[in-house]
Design a protein around this ligand. Structure first.
Ligand code: NAP
Length: 330
């Protein structure tokens, strides 16, 4: 099978398309034929080895795993002898185990991993990008912020993969949403359900005098110290990219009169919890209550170009990688 292989940290030139053996599913595994996947900042960080702290997880001196790719959509090609949850031909979307392995034509996964059946009215490109944004935004808003109807939330990075889902989910919870993005994306952010959009190139939310019950920085462009003045007295600051201020926040909360900062590593949640949330998200998308924003698509062969685009830091929603399976002409 074709796969994108990397054996050392570095620029996009470390990515190589190679032919490698197709995985053979164990008795408890399914083999998924991948039709669509994504490139996210997580893939770019795992490829470059920066920030270096990520290497504690991916390998100190060289990558422990050689195929990137955190999420995918495809069809079950084969099942192991003990598999009962899926059968060959099922259309599924999934989170790749440990955030690796989706940039290939096939992946083998345990049947109880984060895999979910695709609703009939959705395609592979609609579902490949559910998990990065959805499985991050949903637990942050529901479990960490405990966001309620009527609360005011500021979402920084409202135009990204996590941000576009966060805006829609927060609005669906009944919160009043303000999205922070660039000029080019304000209309989209309003169309997704934000009541207000702050164009960060002309306005600084910290100087507006407005306060929010929740500030959710989806892209790590702020810090708790600066954001504190824009929180209500019991307000919560959430970030997907924590700094030392966030990590130490619980120890010094008493100094701040109740304002708190939180982060979560949503990728490390149990697969069973992810599956429940995949069912919620796909149900909303299937019912037209949630949209997966797609910026652009590239074929697997253009994976380096896709990484370069993601690393610019301005994709709108998601970047899809299509994976083809040419028929063999013998
Ligand atoms: N903690 C966790 O569990 C967890 C899970 C998944 C991902 N993450 C992390 O979350 C981060 C975001 O991921 P993502 O996939 O959502 O990223 P993404 O889609 O690549 O984010 C791109 C967006 O960032 C926006 N942006 C850039 N500069 C900005 C600024 N100064 N202010 C506001 N928005 C700005 C851009 O909007 P404009 O073009 O309008 O500027 C663009 O739409 C990554 O660092 C990733 O590693 C953490």
């Amino acid at each position: 099978m074709k796969a994108v292989i990397y054996n050392k940290y570095g620029g996009t030139d470390v990515l190589e398309i190679q032919d490698i053996p197709r995985p053979i599913p164990e008795d408890n595994e399914v083999l998924i034929k991948i039709f669509a996947t994504t490139v996210t900042p997580v893939d770019a960080a795992f490829r470059s080895g920066n920030p270096k702290v990520a290497r504690l997880f991916t390998g100190l001196f060289k990558p422990k795993k050689s195929i990137l790719g955190t999420e995918l959509s495809g069809v079950i090609e084969a099942v192991g002898a003990n598999v009962g949850r899926f059968k060959s031909g099922d259309r599924v979307f999934a989170v790749a185990p440990d955030g690796f392995g989706a940039h290939a034509q096939y992946i083998a996964m345990a049947e109880d991993a984060a895999i979910s059946i695709i609703p009939e009215n959705l395609g592979h490109e609609d579902t490949a990008a559910i998990c990065n944004g959805g499985l991050t935004a949903l637990p942050f808003l529901r479990d960490n912020a405990k966001l309620k109807a009527g609360q005011k939330i500021l979402i920084i990075g409202a135009a990204g993969s996590i941000g576009t889902v966060a805006v829609q989910l927060a609005a669906s919870f009944g919160a009043e949403v303000t999205g922070v993005c660039s000029t080019a994306n304000t209309e989209m952010v309003l169309a997704l359900g934000a009541k207000h959009a702050i164009d960060y190139s002309v306005e600084d939310y910290r100087t507006s005098g407005k306060t929010y019950d929740v500030i959710f920085d989806t892209v790590g462009k702020s810090n708790f110290t600066d954001a504190r003045g824009s929180l209500t007295p019991k307000g919560i600051y959430l970030t997907t990219v924590p700094d030392i201020g966030v990590l130490l926040s619980p120890m010094f909360a008493f100094l701040r009169g109740g304002k708190r900062a939180k982060m979560a590593a949503t990728g490390l949640r149990k697969d069973a919890d992810k599956i429940k949330d995949m069912d919620i998200l796909k149900g909303m998308i299937s019912a037209g209550e949630l949209t997966t924003v797609i910026d652009r698509s590239y074929p697997l062969e253009q994976i380096a170009t896709a990484h370069e685009y993601v690393e610019k830091g301005h994709k709108r929603g998601n970047l899809i990688i299509t994976v083809d399976h040419p028929a063999l002409h013998i």
